[in-house]
Design a protein around this ligand. Structure first.
Ligand SMILES: Cc1cc2nc3c(=O)[nH]c(=O)nc-3n(C[C@H](O)[C@H](O)[C@H](O)COP(=O)(O)OP(=O)(O)OC[C@H]3O[C@@H](n4cnc5c(N)ncnc54)[C@H](O)[C@@H]3O)c2cc1C
Length: 394
């Protein structure tokens, strides 16, 4: 059992890093694994994108986040910050390693600590010598991914800090697979002089519309409601987008949905009264579907942790962050599942998670030490259904 890691954190986003720092401060040797680079989710934001949250709310591990102009941190500033935090606390972060399977490593006796076998797939590169020595390496058995190498690790505690924005939502209309249709805003520069149709009406869509207009694109906006939502847009974006729409600088199609996309046009169908729906053809060089994201629930599904809620948010004990499986915890925005367009769980309200997990793991450690007290306080069902209340998705 010497190769068993005390704690593995899956996800090198801000919550995963904050959790690992807290565990290491408390003497638990946590290591972090991510399917992509450090701060993977933030790394795919368009260059120059700023956080909506203020810096003190997104700073982690007690390390102040300062920006050059005291404004809200940009993607670049925050990625710099994440690197500094990781370096400052010497957190071992293993990037480009996706956790693909999670199973009990051995049948735990009632009193024994939990132990989980984690199967990773490298998303680039070869396994390091340390990984080979520690967990054993085997060629993948998945014939569809023969070129990938899988490796396995055993861990007593696993924290799933996997976030909730893995995949952009889809419209489900013909033509969506065309190459000029994208669920991600890219560098603003590439859209200069192009006709861009943005689908959506919340923060990401509105911010993209403003930035692309300022960056020299001809922007149209298509949103299924009759007007922009009163509560779904940051207060400083609203006057600007409303002014641009009023002046005709941005053409807005409200109460309308995309019906079809071709290489040159987008067919926008207005939802008129009764049967009076009408189609409009809008010319577009690029179509951005900025209609939210959904969580990759494959790991949670393997563990039977996807709830019946529309979000699929995992069930867990809100005191300890432990799920129904001993030794499996959730942290960060992963607890919100797929939040659709009504976000309730942000980084800023997740900062308690690391402390709760560390407290619980420390208590477990004391309880399982020789003479460590009566029983291990099995938390399997403790307050399990105290899942955070999610608002209905709109
Ligand atoms: C444009 C934009 C602006 C935003 N602005 C704000 C804001 O102002 N305030 C705010 O609070 N939030 C904001 N968010 C949401 C923001 O992304 C999250 O708050 C923050 O990144 C959450 O941190 P996290 O650590 O919980 O999850 P994430 O940062 O999403 O990290 C999860 C990590 O887990 C990794 N992962 C997932 N599955 C696996 C696996 N199987 N194996 C290994 N690794 C895996 C991912 O690669 C990822 O790096 C914004 C999102 C977008 C898209």
């Amino acid at each position: 059992m010497s190769n068993v890691l005390p704690a593995v954190v899956i996800g090198a986003g801000p919550s995963g890093i904050e959790t690992a720092v807290e565990l290491r401060r408390r003497g638990i040797d946590a290591e972090v694994f991510d399917a992509g680079p450090l701060g993977h989710t933030i790394s795919w934001w368009a260059p120059g994108t700023r956080w909506f949250s203020s810096n003190d709310r997104i700073s982690i591990a007690g390390v102040p986040l300062q920006t050059v102009d005291q404004a809200k941190a940009s993607r670049e500033e925050y990625l710099n910050y994440l690197r500094s935090v990781v370096d400052q606390f010497a957190v071992p972060v293993h990037t480009f390693k996706r956790l693909v399977s999670i199973t009990p490593a051995a049948e735990p006796l009632d009193d024994a600590p939990s132990c989980w076998r984690l199967g990773f797939r490298r998303t680039s590169g070869e396994p390091s010598a340390a990984e080979q020595a520690r967990g054993g390496v085997s060629r993948s058995v998945d014939t569809s991914a023969r070129s990938h190498t899988d490796f396995f690790l055993d861990a007593r505690a696993v924290v799933l800090a996997i976030g909730g924005t893995d995949f952009p939502n889809r419209l489900g209309v013909p033509g969506e697979e065309l190459p000029h249709v994208d669920g991600f805003l890219r560098e603003i520069h590439r859209y200069h002089g192009r006709r861009v149709l943005i689908v959506g009406g919340r923060n990401s869509a509105v911010e993209a519309a403003i930035r692309l207009h300022r960056g020299g694109a001809k922007v149209s906006l298509c949103y299924h409601r009759e007007q922009l939502p009163s509560d779904g847009i940051k207060y400083w974006l609203r006057p600007e987008i409303e002014g641009l729409i009023r002046s005709g600088s941005i053409e807005a199609y409200f109460g309308s949905r995309v019906a079809e996309i071709s290489s040159r046009h987008v067919t926008i169908r207005s939802q008129g009264e009764g049967d009076s729906a009408a189609d409009t053809e809008v010319e577009a060089d690029d179509v951005l579907t900025l209609i939210g994201y959904h969580q990759d629930q494959s790991l949670l599904g393997q563990l039977g942790l996807v709830s019946d809620a529309p979000s699929g948010a995992p069930l867990y004990d809100t005191e300890t962050m432990q799920t129904s499986h001993r030794g499996i915890y959730v942290a960060g925005t992963a607890v919100g599942g797929t939040q659709s367009s009504r976000y309730q769980v942000f980084l800023e309200n997740c900062h308690e998670h690391p402390r709760k997990i560390a407290d619980h793991l420390c208590r477990e450690r004391v309880a399982s030490a020789p003479g460590g007290g009566p029983g291990r306080g099995n938390t399997r069902d403790d307050g399990l259904s105290k899942r955070i209340a999610m608002q209905p998705e709109s």
